[in-house]
Design a protein. Structure first.
Length: 172
């Protein structure tokens, strides 16, 4: 299942209707390439044409920073990671990255401000001088405790997906 916004769904419906109309105009000369984005004669759109159209659009919209076309995908994945609170699996599903680890390794570096904020919060919480321990810091009677060394050993042998999520959480 692929999730798409209702606006995108409507645009795709219009586009598919346009493709059908293009084919009906001259079926003998129409060559269905099977591609979603194709020319009125049915042939695939060459990447150079997409780049030219994108450059033309950028020239008409100087208010936006100039990026390469693939930068749109990068921006989308970045934005999705931010609004999802770093939900790597959800973003992986929409971007089509083969593994969560690939997504984390590609996009984790862009979260510098989040890492700075995490460091600040960690410092406040870890090094704060408190009159008495907070209720979260003291395990309830009979509750198991774990040392930092034992926790690190567990994480070392953790599933790669868990490691990827932990890495993203630490970097964002």
């Amino acid at each position: 299942t692929i999730f798409m916004t209702s606006a995108l769904k409507e645009e795709l419906k219009k586009w598919l209707n346009q493709l059908a109309a293009d084919e009906m105009k001259d079926p003998a000369r129409y060559h269905d390439s099977g591609m979603l984005f194709r020319l009125p004669n049915g042939l695939a759109v060459e990447p150079v044409l997409i780049r030219k159209k994108f450059l033309k659009w950028q020239d008409a919209h100087p208010e936006f920073p100039r990026i390469v076309f693939h930068g749109l995908r990068h921006s989308s994945a970045t934005y999705q990671l931010m609004i999802s609170g770093g939900d790597v699996k959800a973003v992986q599903g929409t971007t089509g990255h083969a593994t969560a680890d690939m997504l984390v390794n590609t996009y984790a570096h862009i979260q510098q401000s989040s890492r700075v904020e995490l460091g600040r919060k960690f410092e406040e919480g870890f090094y704060a001088k408190q009159e008495s321990p907070s209720p979260q810091a003291v395990p309830a009677a009979g509750e198991p405790t774990i040392s930092m060394t034992a926790l690190l050993e567990l994480l070392k042998d953790a599933d790669p997906e868990v490691k990827a999520q932990l890495r993203l959480a630490l970097l964002t």
